[in-house]
Design a binder for this molecule. Sequence first.
Ligand code: BDR
Ligand code: CA
Length: 313
Amino acid sequence: MADKIPVILDGDPGHDDAIAWMLAASSPMLDIKAITTCCGNQTLEKTTYNALRICTLLGIRCPIAKGRPTPMVAPPMTAGAVHGESGLDGPKLPEPEMELEEIGAVELMAKIIRESDEPIQIVATGPQTNVATLLVTYPELKEKIRGISLMGGGIAYGNWSCAAEFNILVDPEAADIEFRSGLPIIMAGLDVTEKALIFPEDFERVRAVGNPVAKVVAEWLEFFYKFHRELGYEGAPVHDPVAVTALIRPDLLEIRDMHVDIETKGEYCRGMTVGDMRGGSTAKPNAKVIMNIDRDGFADLLVEAVKTYSKEV
Ligand code: BDR
Ligand code: CA
């Protein structure tokens, strides 16, 4: 097998962030160099506590650092209705077995990228605050970033407003910096993630794996589905793991090169990812936008990932 891709996972866990990290940690293709937290689904304190508990459960042992407490410009916004008061309501999780790094997320990312012999891939599944702050604070490190695979946006529509998806709406200025950075960007937006539906029968396949991680993941899926079922979804749209899938199983995805701008000023459209879908457009693509997914293959991938965890707690 080719060398593993070194990755930094940045997120705001969050049920689907947690499942994305479960998928990343299960993959022999990825080497997790650090985990960093941002505010989004809940306050930074809560997402950071969740990150420590998730890493304890999954056996991820890498430096973990707390990110920026607020978006770059906008006031913070949380998603308690979706992820609960804790940001990760549902199953009981083990208390953290590790300490946070003394330095913050942006400084940790910079240190890891600077000291690495090979370019580092970033997987960002929350608002893009930490990553954009890294790019503006340490522009000299850009050439050592392999790319950014992010969950955010939606070419066709939004979820937190008609036009905007939650992660981008929370910090549009940060997303704007990223999409203008010239770095290779993979965008897993709502166009694909709302097709990445995990159905109740899949929850049972996960649970039947029988190990402690499987039990927790099945309950996370159930909790995450509750909110979406009320809105008429037939399954849980498991957004964030699609940004990991892009690195380990791109064969499951349909990807389109596109120019994407971030609306930072609109009265109705702030946070919109404005993708140029015009045939014959001369706008130079700045992102690989994922448009579709082999849903059954994705569900199988999650079930197989859960099987890699130990039978012991
Ligand atoms: C995104 O928002 C969060 O609630 C999820 O974790 C995901 O990253 C979906 O809009
Ligand atoms: Ca997230």
